[in-house]
Design a protein around this ligand. Structure first.
Ligand code: SF4
Length: 416
């Protein structure tokens, strides 16, 4: 049975009333329709941005090291680091959002202190820096087990809609702990984090500075008003799950009658509020074809989102014991689309694609306590959102030992 948006009102979830269908929403929706973000930067303008970005790198090097030889070697290190991930591909586009320039979803926007600290943290692996380094690039924090959807691939399936055990105070403690450990980004996830929108707002408002906040959502309840409140509370961007260009197919996959409506509505509202917006797609075997991906990317471009994240299905949660792993040809196609759309001039107005599988197959896993971490709805640490192996609680005083054990065990899927 598919739920519809009226049914959501009857579900026992918390949050403000503003997400429902009031007049203000209609006005903001109208404003949203009238704005075209046109936020991709390419060509000459991009070269100019890139030149200034390099000046920022030099500024960070001078600030972190006294010896000019380290400035030179540090710059070489950063260039090599980039090549390790992308080879010799030249940057062809960046997304401009609310005064900052974004080249990827997991790199903080340039023209921010978080970006500079992120670069300093990368340099710390070349040679110890003056500033304290981020321990992680990103940490996923699941704030609720509740969700109105019932997706085919849900990795939280075994916990879905069970009783939440983390109180608001405990969640504050967890955010505090993660920030103490040091991270450039915290990604709120669930369940559906928008069902706890008031807690989300409170977590961001009471957090320390120096971390960008993101949210992974189906788009549910991401009304114009909620998007604006989240932006004002400090949210940087949203990942909105959209798994098909066809409303019918997406709704069927998500087992929710208005999933497509909310994915699009949420994206428009987030764009209009100055948030970075990414569509995130689970690239199922039956979907992966050149024509389907092109139609999907056309829709993403038309909507105006800045990024599209390709995720490969994993046999966890609802997909446990299911043969969902992509074949060699499908992976080859995804990689070729990723390279073509990101690094050829013909697609400069399309959203930037983030494809973890591409990097992970070349560089191994960055998560599992190395550069990333997943804190689940019990406050337990896991290697990543798709790799559920509880390794102790984030609030444990011996967290450093727990992280060291997890990192030593590594990722079972991707080894460099
Ligand atoms: S995948 Fe996300 S949106 Fe879908 S049921 Fe699971 S928690 Fe909800």
């Amino acid at each position: 049975m598919l739920f519809n948006r009226r049914d959501i009102n009857t579900l026992p979830f918390t949050g403000g009333e503003e997400w429902q269908f009031g007049n203000e929403r209609k006005v903001l929706e109208e404003q949203s329709r009238n704005q075209n973000p046109k936020s991709m930067r390419s060509g000459f303008f991009l070269n100019w941005i890139h030149f200034r970005l390099k000046l920022t790198l030099i500024k960070v090097l001078i600030r972190e090291y006294k010896n000019p030889i380290d400035w030179f070697l540090g710059l070489q290190y950063l260039i090599k680091l980039r090549r390790r991930f992308l080879g010799n591909q030249r940057l062809k586009k960046m997304a401009y959002v609310d005064g900052k320039y974004y080249m990827g979803l997991y790199t903080p926007g340039w023209r921010s202190t978080v970006y500079e600290q992120f670069i300093a943290s990368e340099l710390n692996e070349f040679k110890k820096t003056n500033s304290p380094a981020y321990r992680f690039n990103h940490v996923f924090l699941a704030i609720t087990k509740k969700c109105a959807l019932q997706c085919e691939h849900c990795y939280e399936w075994d916990n879905l809609n069970k009783k939440d055990v983390l109180s608001e105070d405990t969640l504050h403690g967890i955010v505090h702990r993660i920030q103490q450990l040091g991270t450039a980004q915290i990604h709120f996830t669930g369940g559906e984090p928008m069902l706890k929108v008031d807690i989300l707002l409170s977590l961001m408002k009471r957090s320390a500075s120096g971390t960008n906040f993101w949210m992974n959502t189906s788009g549910l309840k991401l009304t114009a008003i909620n998007a604006r409140r989240l932006k004002q509370a400090g949210l940087t961007g949203v990942f909105i799950s959209l798994d098909h260009f066809s409303a019918e197919e997406h709704n069927k996959f998500r087992n929710f009658k208005d999933a497509f409506y909310w994915a699009q509505e949420g994206a428009r509202n987030a764009l209009n509020s100055g948030l970075v917006v990414a569509y995130s797609i689970c690239m199922r075997k039956e979907f992966v074809s050149e024509e389907n991906i092109q139609r999907y990317m056309d829709l993403a471009k038309e909507t105006g989102v800045h990024f599209v994240q390709f995720l490969e299905p994993k046999a966890v949660g609802h997909y446990k014991s299911t043969d969902v792993t992509l074949g060699t040809e499908q992976i080859r196609l995804l990689e070729s689309v990723f390279l073509k759309m990101n690094f050829s001039d013909n697609f400069s107005s399309y959203p930037i694609i983030t494809y973890h599988g591409y990097y992970q197959r070349r560089q191994g896993c960055f998560s599992a306590g190395k550069k990333g971490l997943y804190v689940d709805t019990d406050g337990d640490i896991n290697p990543c959102t798709f790799c559920h192996k509880k390794s102790g609680n984030i609030l444990d005083p011996k967290i450093d030992n727990l992280l060291a054990t997890m990192t030593a065990a590594g990722c079972p899927t991707y080894t460099a």
